[in-house]
Design a protein around this ligand. Structure first.
Ligand code: PLP
Length: 395
């Protein structure tokens, strides 16, 4: 068998490991004594519109067409609706033939990276980053080059970025709002990034594409806006997903949007189609494509995430923990109270607190807390976070 695939399949991710431990522990000591902050599974239900649209589709559509194959890029009417929404929100002149429907952001990324990379090409990203980026990049034949971010803000460290480009650099991959830090890139960061990419593309004599992973675009709080990267850098490919915005991660639906103004946009879009074909996706789930057609601009009620963020971030600060300002997604990336985040997570487990060490996100000394859980569970967990901090001499 293929040894790389065997290695990937035989070792569970740290997050899955902790999640499984949580289930076992809950059976032993009772579910009320376990505070599982490990998984990024949305805790709010999908908007009512999703249920209504699905019911309507199931009752009125011809079932053969509804559940049949769509064209590989996706149903033309669905892509038309998405293109119209993108044109309205991003102000770009697009058409359905720059949209490719996918099975969520993971598929959007694997397809985009396969479309962009030749063997040995490099993809620059910024720590902390979603753990699967390395797997996706390497599967596409590339190498992930992860750079540390500014430790005070988790915005891009431009001194490090300047030095990271080589003649193998094919793309820069960003994720804002970020998993695991919750940080949203400022307009200043994006403007500077665009300028560096323009200049480096010129100097290196190749177009360096910007790939933006946006499953958390709509999950922002306190009026924060997530800038559209196509407005700053034309060579942008957007990897979008409805997993979090509509609370549908198990349904596997998203899309890729190639900016029509990008260099070689048409060829890149065709390479996306080719990569989807080569990876065996055939087409994205038909029923959920048709749901997406009617759900443009609709989002789950994310107010509970904001409430959870305020409650948890406020309490943790009071107990002596520190974290960079989390404006979006549903994660806090908190500094562990000892240098070894793994050891800190083991201590937290004694209190039933299941946290994820930051090492796999490319950032040692931090833990991720996914607060897409019930507010009531957060309230019950707070005394234990306090006791854990006291064990380290805080308060
Ligand atoms: N990218 C990031 C940053 C994520 O956090 C996730 C899932 O948690 C994904 C991609 C994959 O999302 P999807 O479920 O849409 O494939």
């Amino acid at each position: 068998m293929n040894q790389r695939m065997y290695a990937l399949g035989s070792k569970r991710s740290v997050i899955r490991e902790i999640f499984e431990f949580g289930k076992k522990r809950a059976a032993e000591v009772g579910a009320d004594k376990v505070f599982d902050f490990s998984l990024g599974n949305p805790s709010v239900k999908p908007p009512q519109a999703v249920e209504d649209i699905l019911k309507e589709l199931l009752s009125t559509d011809d079932p053969t067409a509804l559940h049949g194959y769509t064209s590989a890029q996706g149903d033309p009417n669905v892509r038309k609706a998405i293109a119209a929404y993108i044109a309205k929100t991003q102000g770009v002149n697009t058409d359905p033939d720059f949209i490719y429907m996918t099975c969520g952001a993971a598929a959007s990324l694997t397809i985009t990276l396969s479309a962009l990379l030749d063997a040995g090409d490099e993809v620059i990203t910024f720590a902390p980053f979603f753990t699967e980026y390395k797997v996706f990049t390497e599967t596409a034949g590339g190498k992930l080059v992860a750079l540390a971010s500014d430790p005070d803000t988790f915005q891009i460290d431009f001194d490090l970025l300047e030095k990271a480009f080589t003649d193998k650099t094919a793309a820069v991959l960003v994720n804002s709002p970020n998993n695991p830090s919750g940080v949203v890139y400022s307009e200043d960061t994006i403007g500077k990034l665009a300028a560096v990419l323009e200049r480096k593309s010129r100097e290196l004599g190749r177009t360096i594409y910007l790939v933006t992973d946006e499953p958390y675009r709509e999950l922002v709080y306190g009026g924060v806006k997530v800038p559209y990267l196509t407005k700053y850098y034309k060579n942008t490919v957007v990897c979008y997903s409805y997993s979090k915005s509509l609370s549908l991660p198990g349904e596997r639906i998203g899309y890729i949007f190639v900016n029509p103004d990008a260099e070689n946009a048409r060829e890149l879009y065709l390479a996306v189609c080719g990569a989807g074909r080569a990876l065996g996706y055939v087409c994205a789930p038909s029923l959920f494509q048709k749901m997406a057609e009617k759900c443009q601009g609709i989002t789950s009620d994310v107010s509970v995430y904001e409430k959870n963020r305020d409650l948890l971030a406020g309490a943790l600060k009071e107990y002596g923990y520190t974290c960079v300002r989390p404006d979006g997604a549903f994660y806090l990336f908190v500094r562990a109270l000892e240098p070894d985040a793994g050891a800190f997570c083991e201590r937290a487990k004694k209190y039933g607190l299941l946290l994820v060490p930051g090492d796999d996100f490319g950032c040692k000394g931090y833990v991720r807390i996914a607060y897409c859980v019930s507010t009531e569970m957060i309230e019950r967990s707070l005394p234990y976070f306090r006791q854990l901090a006291e064990e380290y001499g805080k308060n």
